[in-house]
Design a binder for this molecule. Structure first.
Ligand SMILES: Cc1cc2nc3c(=O)[nH]c(=O)nc-3n(C[C@H](O)[C@H](O)[C@H](O)COP(=O)(O)OP(=O)(O)OC[C@H]3O[C@@H](n4cnc5c(N)ncnc54)[C@H](O)[C@@H]3O)c2cc1C
Length: 452
């Protein structure tokens, strides 16, 4: 039985802790914040029944790793899959792209599930065909190219070309600019033309129109996982920022904490690569130079609790940068999950991925609101300040890894050059886009490797 320390009580750290405890090891999880869940954690207004994620969250129907873990800890019945509408904003209009054809009743019939999936795919195809801003032949091309990407097996050759070049060639500049450029630009800012096509492939392959959510939100899931860890004797220490990671002469790892140092046989760090570098002065320079190559974007959101909905049906609206909005995603959570779970509030996120150093990170929430109100009025001219009951700002510097050409060559292994020190984070789940499903996968993979 080994004595294992884990830095970070996000989904990766908790998933690893769960498996290590199951295998009979002693586990202590150190979390800098006063809550578990990391990027997927929620917060709760006193008027709400369910917490809400600080950053919009859902999973996909094919997210096998998280669904597997959810079933294993016995909360499979808390996961449900609505089919909300996702849309593109173009020239003052909203175009739904994923809008289900049938209601949830279909799923309850015999063969209902495959029929729903087929219906959802057909609905998306029809929506793309109805997307008037580009000519009809271009819409057909978008449909064919999407199908081609979806059924392509090997992603490796795709990482040698940028998504920008590949997609422009495949569907033509106009269709690319209308459909996919907004998504790339929204996620990667100025670097969007450098992102490789394997990342885009993974996005298309992994996505489903049905989006999964938990009774009690993602906070409900992470707390159930934390409970399963505590039940097995695991120790989760909140408000415990690891200030230093030091290898000892006997091969064990000493963690420096305000409450006193702790030494473990093995340590898994699930913080960002830069955080690990800053906390571990003995990491070799050649290795930290590799960590420096792992570029990432930050995220900033303003969450508004409103007395009325902004849009009638849209859950997710992608807004192209050239439309001149001060945010690139407008996510109306209560068009996905019913407002009655939030005391009747209508909840919206105005979000953006931004390079660290962008003024939004330092901006006061009040100033941000002033900037955003006229933009929300462009989505619904009736929107008024008096609709706002409350608002919150959240930001995170390490939110979205940026995969450049041949990115697989830059992914560090789980084992660091320091014996008994392991690292598992969002930058290593490539070609998959970061997400809670892949946090579960990498956490469990790290646990297996640590036990080997
Ligand atoms: C804007 C946004 C939207 C997203 N949308 C979705 C979505 O729709 N669906 C989805 O599945 N995923 C989504 N994700 C991604 C998902 O949240 C992450 O992939 C996942 O939560 C990562 O888990 P993790 O455990 O690897 O990292 P984290 O959640 O970052 O956990 C790391 C933990 O380590 C702690 N930590 C860091 N340094 C220290 C230290 N020195 N000492 C102690 N503790 C430390 C941190 O406080 C944190 O709790 C989104 C993320 C963002 C930012």
């Amino acid at each position: 039985m080994a004595n294992i320390g884990i830095i970070g009580a996000g989904v990766a750290g908790l998933s690893a802790a769960y498996d290590l405890l199951k295998a009979g090891h002693r586990v202590t999880v150190y979390e800098a914040r006063p809550y578990v869940g990391g990027l997927a954690a929620g917060f709760k207004d006193e008027a709400w029944e369910w917490p809400l994620e600080r950053f919009y969250h859902h999973i996909f129907a094919g997210d096998r790793d998280i669904i597997g873990l959810v079933n294993e800890i016995g909360i499979g019945d808390r996961l449900f899959f609505p089919s909300p509408v996702t849309s593109i904003y173009k020239d003052g209009r909203l175009y739904p792209i994923n809008k289900p054809m049938f209601g949830p009743w279909l799923e309850k019939l015999p063969f209902g599930k495959p029929l729903t999936t087929l219906g959802d795919l057909a609905a998306t195809a029809l929506r793309v065909l109805a997307f008037k801003p580009i000519p009809l032949p271009a819409r057909f091309r978008v449909g064919l190219v999407t199908a081609y990407i979806r059924y392509t097996r090997r992603w490796q050759p795709l990482e040698q070309v940028t998504a920008h070049a590949w997609l422009t060639r495949a569907v033509g500049a106009r269709a690319y600019e209308a459909f996919w450029q907004p998504l790339l630009e929204g996620k990667f800012g100025d670097d969007y033309q450098q992102v490789n096509m394997a990342w885009f492939w993974a996005r298309i392959v992994a996505r489903s129109p049905r989006l999964g959510y938990f009774v009690g939100g993602f906070q409900g899931f992470v707390e159930a996982l934390a409970d399963a860890i505590r039940t097995r004797g695991g120790d989760i220490r909140l408000d415990s920022h690891v200030r230093g990671v030091h290898p000892e002469a006997d091969g064990r790892i000493r963690l420096e904490l305000r409450a006193g140092d702790q030494t473990h046989d093995r340590v898994l760090a699930t913080c960002s690569p830069q955080m690990l570098k800053a906390r571990t002065p003995t990491l070799p320079a050649a290795y930290t130079a590799g960590l420096d190559k792992l570029k990432s974007m930050g995220a900033v959101v303003l969450v508004l609790a409103l007395r009325q909905p902004v849009t009638r049906e849209h859950y997710w609206i992608n807004i192209p940068k050239r439309e001149g909005f001060p945010f690139l995603a407008f996510v109306e959570h209560t068009n996905y999950i019913a407002p009655q779970h939030y005391g009747g509030d209508h909840l919206v996120y105005c979000g953006d991925y931004l390079a660290p150093g962008h003024p939004y990170f330092e901006m006061e929430p009040e100033a941000m609101l002033e900037l955003f109100i006229p933009a929300i009025q462009r989505l619904n001219p009736a929107f008024e300040r008096s609709w706002i009951r409350k608002y919150w700002k959240f930001s995170e510097l390490y939110a979205q890894p940026v995969p450049f050409l041949n990115h697989s060559e830059n992914i560090p292994p789980l084992q660091t050059p320091i014996p008994n020190l392991y690292m598992a984070n969002m930058s290593q789940v490539y070609p998959w886009d970061r997400g809670t499903n892949y946090a579960v996968e990498i956490g469990r993979r790290a646990a297996r490797e640590m036990m080997r």
